[in-house]
Design a protein around this ligand. Sequence first.
Ligand code: 3PG
Length: 224
Amino acid sequence: MLWRCSSVVTMNMNIVETVNNCRVLPVVVCDDEERSVTLAKVLQRAGMPVIELTLRTENALACIKAIKEAVPELLIAAGTVTNASALSRAVNAGADFVVSPGISTEIIRAASARDLFLIPGVATASEIMLGMASGLTLFKLFPAEAIGGTALVKSLAGPFPGIRFCPTGGLNAVNYQDYLALDNVACVGGSWMVKADMIENGQWEEIERLARAAIRTQKHVRAN
Ligand code: 3PG
């Protein structure tokens, strides 16, 4: 019997709503606190209300902490959270919610126990059903392009009418619009506007330009 995730009722609904409406979630890999704060300010200035910083570098937690202190109004997700202990560390660093590449009873329980918004990763119908059993309705579809792309997202609409996705993995400045045009896509995730080398080289103007384009373009997506 799975832990029942009643937290969807009590957790911070502002966070849930902002994420559901953000449309584009930048997925950041950064190991430098100063650069991560500069990046957060650039993305916020570009109009992005939420960012995901992945726990893939030694300094990722320090970056989350630094961003939360410097730009408190920006929502920050810890990404690549794969177990309960990483989830605890992310929350202690100041993450507002967590994103995982996969789904497990362990991570669902850990999030529920903390009343924490979790976006778990799924690639199959069975994984969606595992999350649904705990009341979850928003999933990261990962890695979206490799596992079927928009055709897969459309196929999942029939059996899972109440479920929405954040397709991530392999999206770029062009194909993300095809995902956003689908009714069961809440938002998309991607690193195309925050590539590690652009952050490393301090290409802030280029990052801001790409981020603004992602926000602007998605307002004019074609109907499904
Ligand atoms: C993730 O962890 O969400 C992905 O690495 C992002 O995928 P992308 O780099 O292909 O956008």
